[in-house]
Design a protein around this ligand. Structure first.
Ligand code: SF4
Length: 420
């Protein structure tokens, strides 16, 4: 099979993985003529798969052969899809070639499990090792790790990769046991815990290394501590393949952020796959559900919301018609209006339309003078959304009922595409 055909199969097989963001790593580049690549995004062609996912990294599987039978996965052993396998050298060459052509900013490498978890992980790590050690590749590398692989292999992976991820796959252990019986939820969490320890140790070592002056009249430099996945670890959860509701999904995310200090939890709306098992839904969940989960995730990480307060409805699902912050505000009208010039940061962060940056600007500006609605306009706060919840010297919101307010704040309906 030629490389082009393998690439077509193995890039297509990787598109179901949503966790391709390359943020958060250390700055590395090849300015000065040494090495190849950069972790900065400049000059990179960002492209999107037909389903809207970012594929700006070379996002491939080493192989889509797999001995496991996870029902939601197109690569499972019982799936009737064309199979292919790259060698380590082929992946290395492809990465370098695409990088030189400015098509990618790095590599996202995952794999089906062949022979054994250790054997597969060794191959994945070898790709990263060859890129870093033999080609001095300084671009971004994200390796998907295999939770059942030996801890030493995970430790080696962290030396070469910017980010490591282990997919939690499903929000509940019961869901995992039903849809991916060969996967072991405690083993996944054990591996996440190991990665967390390595990442924390590397950070502590970097902070503890003392700056030394090696030559007279030179700037003191810190000795380089051994790096370990500087962009941290992340995971992915499939949404809509099992019966878990948004409340359960957010509770799992909160636990993962708290216990393993993950950088990101990615939510991937389940895509129906060819020859799907009868226990899987026939239809994908609406993509807007995935979007609402990302918004809710943002609220937990940057806006001080607890996971338990974000989903208000009895069915455990986020509202699809309005974003979760607005939904919370509509369900807690008694907490509003908030006085923009007096309210504490925590309360301002809960005002719909006020983003985290806007809140910081408001806090800085109101130290100097009392803010009015014109000031909000200058801060580019969407007035239509924020004003019904704010009290200002020149504005007092009109009392209108919840239904009217929700209708007023919903985005204007868009004409559906005829051929979508
Ligand atoms: S182990 Fe990974 S590649 Fe293999 S079937 Fe399960 S999800 Fe798919």
């Amino acid at each position: 099979m030629n490389t082009q055909l393998k690439l077509a199969i193995l890039a297509d097989a990787a598109k179901y993985d949503a966790s391709c963001a390359s943020s958060g790593t250390e700055r590395r580049d090849s300015l000065g003529g040494r090495g190849l690549g950069s972790t900065e995004g400049m000059g990179i062609c960002h492209s999107y798969a037909p389903d809207g996912r970012c594929i700006s990294l070379l996002k491939i599987l080493l192989t889509n052969f797999c001995q496991y039978d996870c029902l939601y996965c197109v690569n499972r052993v019982t799936s009737n899809v064309p199979r292919a396998r790259f060698s380590v050298d082929e992946v290395v060459q492809l990465t370098l070639d695409f990088y030189r052509r400015n098509c990618i900013e790095g590599l996202f490498l995952s794999s089906g499990i062949i022979q054994s978890p250790d054997y597969t992980m060794e191959q994945v790590v070898e790709v990263a090792r060859v890129l870093r050690e033999e080609h001095d590749f300084r671009g971004y590398i994200h390796l998907k790790t295999i939770p059942d692989a030996a801890p030493e292999l995970l430790a080696r992976a962290g030396r070469y990769a910017d980010r490591l991820s282990i997919n939690i796959e499903l929000p509940t252990e019961a869901g995992l046991a039903t849809l991916a019986p060969e996967k072991d939820a405690p083993a996944i969490k054990r591996s996440m815990a190991r990665l967390r320890v390595h990442i924390d140790d590397a950070k502590e070592a970097a902070q503890a290394s003392e700056a030394v002056v090696s030559m007279p009249r030179t700037k003191p430099k810190r000795a380089k501590a051994e790096r370990f996945a500087p962009a941290g670890q992340s995971t992915q959860m499939i949404v809509g393949a099992d019966a878990a509701d948004d409340r359960a999904i957010l509770a799992t995310s909160a636990q993962l952020y708290g216990s393993y200090r993950l950088r990101r939890v990615y939510y991937s709306a389940f895509s129906p796959i060819p020859d799907a098992a009868s226990s899987l839904p026939l239809k994908a969940p609406p993509l807007v559900r995935e979007h609402r989960l990302y918004q809710a995730d943002w609220l937990m990480r940057f806006y001080g919301f607890g996971h338990e307060e974000i989903v208000a409805s009895g069915d455990g699902l986020l509202r699809l018609d309005v974003d979760p912050k607005l939904a919370w505000a509509l369900a807690h009208r008694e907490r509003f209006p908030v006085d923009l010039n007096r309210a504490p940061r925590e309360l301002l962060l809960r005002v719909p339309g006020l983003g985290a940056k806007a809140v910081e600007r408001v806090l800085a500006a109101r130290r100097v003078r009392r803010l009015r609605s014109d000031d909000l306009k200058r801060l580019r706060v969407p007035l239509g959304k924020a004003l019904p919840f704010l009290l200002l010297p020149d504005h007092r919101p009109r009392a209108i009922d919840d239904a009217q307010l929700a209708a007023k704040l919903q985005p204007a309906p868009v004409q559906g595409a005829l051929f979508a």
